[in-house]
Design a protein around this ligand. Structure first.
Ligand code: FES
Ligand SMILES: [Fe+2]
Length: 401
């Protein structure tokens, strides 16, 4: 087949401003550094935790565990249709209110002494409450968590007074995210994994294409081609702490027969649902600190990495869909899409684990990012900037670091 040579330039110059310095390896395994990241970043950034389609009607709720904060959060769509979030903890003596992952009901009844909370976290009833006098029910609301949505995605912020609204935080990407198929999603398939690796090592693996041709020989990831052997993207963009890469179009993608059949089914669905036309359909968004979302309607997935400790993380892959899988064919196409993603990820997991193990002894003092690993460098620099801000704030407040 005669392939037209694509117009392709290496986007080196788009990342030149990030510099070329080596990176201290300690930031990828040291518990003390992780503690600074936890406080400076995860405890006060907007963290994506789900999608509004999980709260389809008033009274529905979901529970989310955020290990980095030892927190269990309830996210609830109230009778007034507003989405609120509060801790899954009773204000009597702290007992967790629910163990289920999701549910429906206007109230949360604590199983210990039956304090009963409304869908806004306010205490509405408590047995023999007069004996708590002078305590009032108004003083017993569950602590709230800041929550907001963009493109249907639900974000929470554990800072009691977030410095920015979610839209301020996402900046110009907020409007672009709203054009993605995820904004119309009504359902999804999910795959959750735990990995013995730092959250940045886990995340960086998905921010560089350098490894594609070496690690993904089995699945033949579609951006690698003789004209672009390292899968260089067409373009990078940066926006505050966030970044994107625009994926290169392979003129001769290696598509296996079953994959082709499946893509045809999904494409047909997407066309019928009018979600083929996003201007960001080749954009891979990396939203700080640790969310990916890809614009292609053909495999519209998000990937979130939650830190657990300096060397342990939990990841959540989701592929979002519009409408239920109401036929065996559609069900098959969707399951196949998730399985394909999982196949690719299986190839990544082993190498991510090895990357972590190699660093643990401390013998490797510095690591190196080439220009095409510029998104990894940008993440590291953003992390450092936030840790420095945090330390300055603590110093200004008279606290010792
Ligand atoms: S701990 Fe919840 S009612 Fe006592
Ligand atoms: Fe990979």
């Amino acid at each position: 087949m005669n392939v037209e040579t694509p117009v392709f330039t290496t986007p080196d110059e788009q990342v030149a401003w990030l510099g070329t310095d080596p990176i201290p390896a300690k930031a990828y395994y040291d518990p003390e550094w992780f503690e600074l990241e936890r406080q400076a970043i995860f405890m006060r950034s907007w963290i994506e935790v789900g999608h509004a389609c999980e709260l389809p009607e008033p009274g529905t709720w979901i529970r989310r565990e955020l290990e980095f904060a030892d927190a269990s959060i309830l996210i609830v769509r109230g009778k007034d249709d507003r989405i609120r979030a509060f801790y899954n903890a009773c204000t009597h003596r702290g007992t967790q209110l629910v163990e289920e992952e999701s549910g429906k009901g206007a109230n949360f009844l604590c199983p210990y002494h039956f304090w009963n909370f409304g869908d806004d976290g306010r205490l509405v009833a408590a047995p023999d409450f007069k004996r708590f006098a002078p305590l009032t029910k108004e003083e017993c609301s569950i602590p709230k968590v800041a929550v907001d949505t963009c493109a249907g995605l639900i974000f929470v912020n554990l800072d009691p007074e977030p410095k920015h609204t979610l839209r301020e935080y996402l900046g110009e990407y907020a409007d672009r995210l709203e054009t993605l198929p995820v904004a119309k999603a009504t359902t999804f398939h999910e795959y959750v994994y735990e990995i013995d690796a730092n959250w940045k090592i886990t995340y960086d693996n998905f921010q560089e294409n350098y490894h594609l041709r070496h690690v993904h020989g089995l699945t033949g990831v579609a951006t690698v081609h003789q004209q672009n052997q390292y899968g260089y993207p067409d373009k990078y963009t940066f926006n505050g702490p966030h970044r994107t890469q625009q994926i290169w179009v392979n003129p001769e993608p290696l598509i296996k027969p079953m994959q082709g059949y499946n893509l045809g089914l999904v494409a047909n669905d997407c066309a019928q649902q009018g979600i083929m036309g996003s201007p960001d359909s080749r954009t891979y968004f990396a939203l700080f600190p640790s969310l990916f979302i890809i614009g292609t309607p053909m495999q519209h997935f998000s990937h979130k990495v939650y830190p657990i400790s300096a060397t342990k993380s939990r990841g959540v892959f989701r592929i979002y869909w519009v409408d239920d899988d109401d036929s065996a064919t559609r069900r098959y196409a969707r399951e196949y899409a998730l399985c394909s993603l999982r196949d690719i990820h299986t190839e990544d997991v082993n190498i991510i684990n090895r990357a972590q193990k190699g660093l643990l002894s401390g013998a490797i003092k510095k690591i190196h990012f080439m220009t095409m690993e510029g998104l990894c460098r940008h993440l590291y620099q953003q992390v450092v900037a936030r840790v420095e801000d945090y330390l300055e704030e603590r110093e200004a407040a008279g606290e010792t670091a």
